[in-house]
Each structure stands twice: as C-alpha cells, then as structure tokens.
Design a protein around this ligand. Structure first.
Ligand SMILES: *Cc1c(COP(=O)(O)O)cnc(C)c1O
Length: 394
C-alpha cells in the first residue's frame, strides 16, 4: 500500500545527512564536553560548531544559544525563569500571551496563574491573527513578559512578529516567541524582529527528537531552570546531548542553505493539495490566514464529519495526518485553536491538518486528492446530522 506522511508539523524524519553527522558522536567522539583531554575537546568543539550553525539561522550570536531537551523545555524555561526572577525583583507579575499557543506555553501559563501570576490571553480573529492595538492596551505597569508564538502549529497562521517586538521594546517589556514551527520555514532574524527570547526544536526541522534551544538576547537575564553542573554557561545543567546537538546543528545548516527552495516547494505542494480538495469536497472551510502562514500547513474543517474517524480511515489508506479534535486526550473538547478562531462545533469536530514537507511529492498530494473525497462522503453518510440536513434540502 502507498504510504503518505502528511504530518510534518507533528514531527519530521531525520535527514540522512543529519544521521551521518551524528553517528561519530556516539562511539568515536564519545567524550564529555566538560573533559579537557582530547576526546572531550572533540565533543566540546562539535557542541560549539552546532551552536554557531543554529545562531546563524536566526541571526543571533552563538553565545545567545542555550541547548535544551526540546521546544517544551525552552518554553517552560523562558516563561518560568523570567516570571519568577522579575516578580522577585518587584517588576510585576503580569504576562501576556494568546489563546492559540501550544500547550507548552498555555499549561505553563496556567501553572503560573496558580502561583501568584496574572495572565492575559489575547483573542485572535477568524484567521488566527492577534490585534496589535489590543496587545498594546493589555500592557500594564505590572507586565513583565509577552509570549506570542511565531507560527501556529494547527492552523499555520504567522503573527506580525516584528510589530509585536517593536511594541514590547517601546514599552520596556520582554518579548518571547515560540518559533518551533517557524524555524526553517520562514526567515527569522531576532534583531530585526526585536525578539528577546525564542524557543526552538530540532525534530520539526529534520533533526532528532529531544533536542532544542532557547535563544536569549545578550543582556537579558535568564536564571537556570535545570540546576546542577556548569554546562551551557551555568544556565542549563546536565551533560550535553552531543550527538543530538550535532544533529540539530546540521539540520539548521541544511535548513538555512535550502530555505528559499524549501519554501517554494512546500508552498506549491500546499496550494495543489488545498485547491484539489476544495474543488472536490463541499461544505468545508480552509482555516488560517490566506497569505501570512506556514508554507506547508493546511487546516480544513469538514461539516458533518468526526475528526478521529477521518484520521483512522486515512490511516487505512496509508495516509498519516492529524486532527485538531482532542479525542486522543480522552476528552471530546474541540481544539482550543479552532474555538479561538470562532468556528462552530459542527465544523471543529471535523478538523484535519495536513502538513507537507521536504520528502512530500506531487504523487503523494494527488493520492490524497483522489482518496479523501470518498472518505468524507462515507463519513457523512454515517452522520445523522448530515442525513437530517440532506433530507431537509430535498
Ligand atoms: C512541537 C512544538 C513544541 C514542542 O517542541 P518539542 O521539542 O516537541 O518539545 C512547542 N511549540 C510548538 C509550536 C510546536 O509545534
């Protein structure tokens, strides 16, 4: 059976060149980067090379990159460290974020709310965009941090990051962004975008899982989140995951080298897939912003369809995709992102995220255009709501 992977926003396969770069750092250069003898120094120089490669992709200095165990840790670190540090200094206890953040941000904010902080969750419009004026008005003398994601992982909307950074700087408030979905998919420049803290992850850019980084602008105070040894300039303790970090560095280098080509390729595949599906299937909405979006993301909501059933039927056809409905977590609550853009329940239940990537082909996309309409039709025929609506029309 044909296998089509269309869930690059969930994770990506590790590129062969990345695996190759990593391999020597398991058994040949296995030294602890803190050791001063030769095999330790080899690990140390690999670590610093990776730091440069990642810094280069976002216009940062290598000394501003701190490795973590992934995007989730970077998000937790940025929010909790800044919040506790600045509150202790009497600077305030108020944070601003959005209703459509990844759970790594939302659940961290909920934790902070239980621990003496106040959080404003900004609304977004029907296309998933925040309103800059509302952001400005939400800033109070107590505000210590603004955390707004670069690109949303469900609907692909890209926020006006530079304008947000400008507002934050004018008001003297730190600006953090979760850029996990943006890295390697849009050009990022931490200086032009006026970003103070930025979270990254390797496994969304064809690198290994369990590795990420936090960018911290020089001069921005960041207290340790993981305590222990003196690694990462005394900011993040624990023996470094050298092989993983080398893989992240190589993945970042490749992403920077091919960025324009990658964006062009993904955009073309996305448009082909989206146009094909919208032409073949009625009663569907295409979510997110029409232009300010991730080049490889499509999010569709089908009326009278149950998301989980759709994913399972696609799986039977060899297609890996994702649904925004949170059935997997044991609840029938629709996605917080789809709720935030104001979709009604009859649409949010039937959500489908298709995300294309570097290994996606036109044949993959055409296979889905060929198969999905019948899947939707079958599911609709099983739906009492659809039957009622169809009956009403006749
Ligand atoms: C995947 C993802 C994360 C989490 O990163 P991990 O490395 O998997 O912990 C955080 N934010 C966004 C927007 C993501 O897409």
């Amino acid at each position: 059976m044909k296998k089509v992977y269309l869930d690059y926003s969930a994770t990506t396969p590790v590129k062969p060149a990345v695996v190759e770069a990593m391999l020597p750092y398991f058994s040949e250069y296995y030294g602890n980067a803190s050791s001063i003898y030769e095999v330790g120094r080899a690990s140390k120089s690999a670590l610093e090379k990776a730091r440069e490669q990642i810094a280069q992709l976002i216009g940062a200095r290598p000394s501003e990159i701190f490795f973590t165990a992934g995007g989730t840790e970077a998000d937790n670190w940025a929010l909790k460290s800044v919040a506790y540090d600045l509150k202790a200094k009497g600077r305030g206890n108020h944070l601003i974020t959005t209703k459509i953040e990844h759970h790594a941000i939302l659940h961290t904010c909920e934790y902070l709310e239980k621990n003496g902080f106040e959080v404003t969750y900004l609304d977004v419009d029907a296309q998933g965009m925040i309103d800059l004026k509302t952001l400005e008005e939400a800033i109070t003398p107590q505000t210590i941090l603004i955390s707004i994601m670069y690109i949303n992982n469900e609907i692909g909307t890209m926020q006006p990051i530079r304008a947000i950074g400008t507002i934050a700087r004018e008001k003297g408030v730190l600006f953090h962004t979760d850029a996990v979905q943006a890295l390697g998919n849009v050009p990022i420049d931490v200086n032009e975008d006026r970003i103070d803290l930025l979270s990254l992850s390797a496994h969304k850019i064809y690198g290994p899982k369990g590795v990420g980084a936090l960018y911290v602008r020089q001069g921005t105070r960041i207290t340790p989140f993981i305590h222990g040894g003196a690694q990462e300039n005394k900011r993040r303790a624990g023996t470094e995951n050298i092989a993983g970090i080398v893989g992240f560095g190589e993945a970042a280098r490749l992403a920077g080298e091919n960025l324009e080509e990658h964006i062009e390729k993904l955009t073309a595949l996305r448009e082909r897939l989206k146009d094909g599906l919208l032409a073949a299937i009625p009663e569907v909405v295409y979510n997110g912003h029409p232009t300010m979006r991730h080049p490889g993301n499509i999010n569709l909501c089908f009326k009278y369809v149950e998301g989980e059933a759709m994913i399972l039927m696609l799986d039977h056809l060899g297609v890996a995709a994702s649904s925004g409905s949170a059935c997997t977590s044991g609840s029938l609550d629709p996605s917080h992102v789809l709720m935030a853009i104001g979709l009604s329940h009859e649409y949010t239940n039937g959500s489908l995220r298709l995300s294309v990537g570097d290994f996606t082909t036109e044949a993959d996309v055409d296979y889905v255009i060929e198969k999905l309409p019948a899947v939707i039709q079958r599911l609709r025929e099983m739906s009492p709501l659809y039957e009622a609506a169809e009956g009403g029309r006749q």
